[in-house]
Design a protein around this ligand. Sequence first.
Ligand SMILES: Nc1ncnc2c1ncn2[C@@H]1O[C@H](COP(=O)(O)OP(=O)(O)OP(=O)(O)O)[C@@H](O)[C@H]1O
Length: 247
Amino acid sequence: MSAVLEISGLNKSFGGIKATDDLNLSVETGELHAVIGPNGAGKTTLISQLTGMQKPDSGRIRFKGRDITGMAPYARAHLGIARSFQITSLILEMSVLDNIALALQAREGHSFRFIRPAHSLTHLRSEALALLDRVGLADKAEQPTVALSHGEHRHMEIAIALGAQAELMLLDEPMAGLGIEESAQMVELLRDIKGKHSILLIEHDMDAVFALADRISVLVYGHIIATGTPDEIRGNEAVQHAYLGEE
Ligand SMILES: Nc1ncnc2c1ncn2[C@@H]1O[C@H](COP(=O)(O)OP(=O)(O)OP(=O)(O)O)[C@@H](O)[C@H]1O
């Protein structure tokens, strides 16, 4: 396996707070690597530096061997890094299918995605339908997006991330706000996707993390205190003391 993402010596402070503290982490090709940590550990700040929304004070981020530390967000997206869910905005009045088709159109590089009326998206509809099928929503394609549940919206966002054909998917708390049944469906969907994509998963839902991750890194005060398989992390005393013991 080779690393698709390599983060080395990353630092980011806000005033006196070290939100990212000498952080080292890699995501291997095809790996699902989860990052867990207590509230305020620095997970959002890490994702923001990976997407280019925030600039690290020091350290390096490499994507497929290329240094992207100073690269603009759109350029990273173009290279193949997709973030879900923060940047996705579903248009609730539009049909489920048109939302996905519109996202596919954006992938094709039309920066003014609203200039074209939705009915001109015909050529993207079959691809959009295939994506909806993959996330289990093909039967909802013609419904207005507003009619779908929160969990189904999250599945739509996964469809959009898949449509971006990203080599690295950054999934930012995909379970947030989901009920028990919806969470189970999301775990199933991610289980289906994993292995085919390289994924960095930020997630509070420990059951989901331990069910899905190939490796887990534990972030505490901006620093990764342990990285390992779910079993290694479960058995790690420092982790139990710093984090899991609190659960
Ligand atoms: N723009 C900012 N200005 C000042 N402090 C910030 C800023 N962004 C984050 N921080 C601080 O940096 C630390 C890490 O915050 P971050 O939001 O990255 O943590 P988190 O792990 O995502 O938390 P949560 O799980 O609650 O979302 C916190 O102490 C937070 O208060």
